[in-house]
Design a protein around this ligand. Sequence first.
Ligand code: NAG
Ligand code: NAG
Ligand code: NAG
Ligand code: NAG
Ligand code: NAG
Ligand code: NAG
Length: 861
Amino acid sequence: MKITSIISLIAAATLVSAGKFQAADLRPNADVIPGAFIIEYHDGIDHAKANSILNSKKELSFKVRGKYNLFNGASIQVESGHSGEYLAKIPGIKRVWPVEVYQLPKAKPSNEDLTLPQLTSAHNMTGVDYVQKTFKYTGKGIKVGIIDSGIDYTHPALGGCFGKGCRVRYGWDFVGDDYDKTKVAKQDSDPRDTCNGHGTHVAGIIGADARKVGAPQPFVGVAPGVTFGAYRIFSCAGTGATDIIMLGMELAFNQGMNIINMSLGAGSAYKSNPIAVLADSLAARGLTVVTSAGNDGADGVWSVGNTGLGELSTAVASYDNVAGSYHYFKYAGAEHPYSFSQAWGKALNLPTNATLVPVFEKDGTLSDGCDADSYAGKNVTGKVVLVIGDVTRCKSGGRGAAAKAAGAAGMLIQTLPLGLSNLGGNLDFQMASIEFSAGQELIAGYKKNPASTFTWSSTKKSFRVEGGGRPSDFSSWGLDGELRIKPNIAAPGGNILSTYPLNMGGYAIESGTSMASPYVAGSHALLYSAHKKVLRGQDARQILMNTATPGSFFNHTEYAPVAKQGAGLINVRNAIATQTIFSPDRIELLDSVHFTGKNVEVKIKNVGKHTTVYTLSHETTESAISYRGGNSYPLATPILEADKATVTFSQKKVTVRAGQSVKVKVQFKEPATGKAIEFPFYSGYIVATPQGKASVPVRIPYAGVKGDIAKVPILDTDYGVPVLFVSNKKTGKVGAIEKGHKIDWAVEQPILVTRLGSHTPELSFRLFEAKSGKEVGYLNTQYGPVAASFGRSKNIDTNTNKPAIRTFNWLQGTVYTGINATVPTAVPAGEYKVIVAAQRKLSRGKFPADFEVYEVADVTF
Ligand SMILES: *[C@@H]1O[C@H](CO)[C@@H](O)[C@H](O)[C@H]1NC(C)=O
Ligand SMILES: *[C@@H]1O[C@H](CO)[C@@H](O)[C@H](O)[C@H]1NC(C)=O
Ligand SMILES: *[C@@H]1O[C@H](CO)[C@@H](O)[C@H](O)[C@H]1NC(C)=O
Ligand SMILES: *[C@@H]1O[C@H](CO)[C@@H](O)[C@H](O)[C@H]1NC(C)=O
Ligand SMILES: *[C@@H]1O[C@H](CO)[C@@H](O)[C@H](O)[C@H]1NC(C)=O
Ligand SMILES: *[C@H]1O[C@H](CO)[C@@H](O)[C@H](O)[C@H]1NC(C)=O
């Protein structure tokens, strides 16, 4: 176990609130609002009844934070210190959740060159340009609610005003400018976004009309006729909270929105979180709920954010725009875009005499530049070295340090396999990634004339990049914890030009699945224009998923996995043209043990005017391997292979009369290749192609996991967790607990540390008698007894820049004797074992058979 590195993590984690840590037993975790809970009532209980039940508890004091109607419950602030578990035991209360803080990424000031026409190319990828031009659809009359940081409705491209007769007709501010999790939200009627930008950017993607308002280049959003509702649930700092978001969602519904779009980044989790529960309830009432899949693509699988996990909501993945805006240099007559390292953080600026030195190995291939040997015998002093971005031996930090030590002035890294990779880099060294093809051209230019010089531009410019028009690197991978297909669909989200608050520049290019989800929201509006009515959300999703076009990664011939792109890139032209509904909208095959693919029924419905003959076929995608080499944490970059399921149809050709439907039986067989112990995610599409030139083929995505999902590792043990540490409140020292350690509760705080590589239906911390093995209860922590579902951890915690962990403080040597106990009790004298247990996916939850179990400490009381 790498104990020392973990200790350094804990020290970092506790520093933040060190004062509180010593003064109080309860150290609020950074992403939970202490004492704030969302409570859901049992059926038949209303606000009045619930209020009188809660008030009858003399010991409980609380304030109401918010009341819901479509979600049967409220959010409250408990002032008497009672736990969520305590609340859950009150009769009439069904479920209780802590209120979590949601945080938008910080807005970056934009200094892009916004004038290049390629930036509007996203509409060409999706057929939106065709639909706008040919049919003149605009989404007029459709109401789109934006649950975000508000909208700068004074922006001329968004109508310039708020209220009756304006493009931004509805809305409310639920937070105020200054809200953060320690402050009370201040509501008012003005949802203008003047200080964050996110919501204004989203609104522009959905429906800006910037053709005649002096924009740097004329452009339109997807549906420039829609009416907006602006529900401001993020403050200037981009802070919001679960219960506030839910208030925004309910008001959007009550004000008659047809579509709501929520781009709320969050960790992965189960679909039972309250936002997903409410989203499903809104969707069941016909509302379309579109959410972003998340920007955790660098973390690997199991990472789709929890807001999109509702059964009926649409989680949207991102494709990169075909063009992107980048800094660039000129070398040997050609311009090349580059992406500078995060640590360096600005455009490269090197003197003219810093010429190129490609660092070759003896065999003439480019070196990885990982160590001093790479530069032996070469004079790179003051030069720009070119190396290959192979990360087998080192990452950019090590590579940069070696080059700097060898005297280089800067470094270019040829990205492997392609595109522009994100580099961490070094603070004091100029370094950037370049495209694979740029690397080849640099070498050719150098060979022609080694004295060629660089010209470094200080501005950005638009380039068609390697990987443009493909799934975005940053877009989160599914599947979800129950092997369901999430994300559902993809849309352009990388390098998207849209509106920005006027006082923040008016226009900006941004990237993220937050940009892709409004694209899908706007596409719904165009679809409704074409149908001349508002479709139910799930029906619209069915059409859009059926008619999306799957794509592949750059230079790959096979489609990218369904876990990356769902049904594929949205295509509004096809969605409007299709005459077929092919259901269900997705097929989830689960794992080898729970395999559902032996006898699947699909239905082809002909909604056109003519009898049509359909041909059924099968397309496969690449499979994604995340557990090669016995790792307990999924690989950050899944290995793509060719493990393919086979499919047989009961009929290969089907004739369907106008207005009728026909069912076809489909039998899936798991891939013969691919090792069950590596849990390959395999996937593909069932395709029904109607006869006739103009007709649109329709697809159903399917996905499964080969192997026994119960064996997929949950807790990351590669990293030396789970573990129980003890922190000394006086000395500040943190150390591992020795066997038989007697905790001095007056000065010592035991801390459990976990890191989850995949979802668990129940993570629990349990105490057992050492001798008899009898279970004593669940450890009492700042969250009450821990026994709840958890999503996977992020790979890196962006606050500490270290591996993300989750810490739980064991409070005062107390336990809850059962999961239904209402108060913690002290542990009697004796010897005990502390157990961390994670329930295996799709299991019934019998302890210990259905759990991953770790004994983390022996303690004496
Ligand atoms: C993009 O534009 C080109 C040229 O105008 C056209 O041929 C192509 O079909 C368009 N793509 C889509 C998806 O509409
Ligand atoms: C390496 O190159 C630099 C700059 O061109 C030069 O000043 C230096 O003398 C060279 N060093 C050696 C050891 O040749
Ligand atoms: C480049 O020029 C600067 C300033 O004249 C000089 O200090 C430096 O040594 C030169 N570097 C190389 C690699 O020739
Ligand atoms: C992509 O494929 C082309 C043609 O096969 C090849 O020349 C090129 O090097 C490949 N690019 C990358 C980045 O792999
Ligand atoms: C706890 O309470 C729930 C709901 O009342 C019940 O279903 C469950 O069986 C109880 N669990 C135990 C261990 O008593
Ligand atoms: C859709 O949600 C994305 C993610 O926040 C968000 O960026 C976008 O604002 C939302 N769209 C709508 C329609 O609210």
